[in-house]
Design a protein around this ligand. Sequence first.
Ligand code: SAH
Length: 291
Amino acid sequence: MEPQQESTAAGRKRRRRGGAGKRQKASSSAQQAPPPASPSDAPSQPEKRRRKAGEAAPMPKGRKPTSLLEKMRARLAGGHFRMLNEKLYTCSGQDAFDYFKSEPKLFDVYHAGYQEQMSQWPEKPVNVIINWLKSHNKSWTVADFGCGNAAVAKNVKNKVFSIDLVSDDPSVISCDMAHTPLEPSSVDVAIFCLSLMGTNFPSYLQEANRVLKPSGWLLIAEVRSRLDPNTGGADPDKFAEAISQLGFPFFQRFDMNNKMFVLFYFKKKEKSKVVENIDWPQLKPCLYKRR
Ligand code: SAH
């Protein structure tokens, strides 16, 4: 109940501050677009895009929907997120790129839902990776494949190439990560944090191999169920073996007793010769349940 009371009070304050003229001018769009979280908040680019498209706003973090309208919006947004998530796991990277390019606002819908899912995880793999980078060489260049909201670049001192399908952020390279514009042997660390989504995921790893320097690091965090044979997932040893054949014979796997994800740290060979016809295991989609 509390959040509803808060928003009502905030609304009263806003009404008191704004004149009647202002109120009338804003009224037609205000009926469709939900009120901003705070009157002083300037809308972000994704927010502007979402409002323009008439999309429902995601619920503020940690707040549960209270009114019927809010509940229906949350349910719709949840359904939309699950649909996009399934799409990303069941098509190629190129198809995903074309799809989001034609409707960039869907990317914001996906990420609002993704962040909502992540907020339920006791520990986010991206934070483990950020801490790992902080404890290593700050002069290393990093490529973050499937960077999402570019949390890595925002939280470390390293030079980071953030790569994703779509972005408003000019520092993010927008492309299908099977084909990046990065130079060969130009980065020290390649990261895939929950981003091996496309059906052609081996081509993302081949691209990482291309841009990584000899002895560079390849860090992969994946949803545990995708690499747990007990839940229909792939055999993690088979997965590691395939990556080893790609040119990463040294690896460590840290489960850290984490129920949600598995984290691998691979190191590239000094001189690698790629094995033809690598036997890649299939990675099943990670589909989120309706709550
Ligand atoms: N690494 C981030 C985001 C994970 S969500 C984090 O841990 O928070 C997975 C991300 O991978 C999404 O943003 C999705 O758009 C991106 N992605 C999936 N396939 C991609 C592809 N082929 N090319 C570029 N990005 C891709």
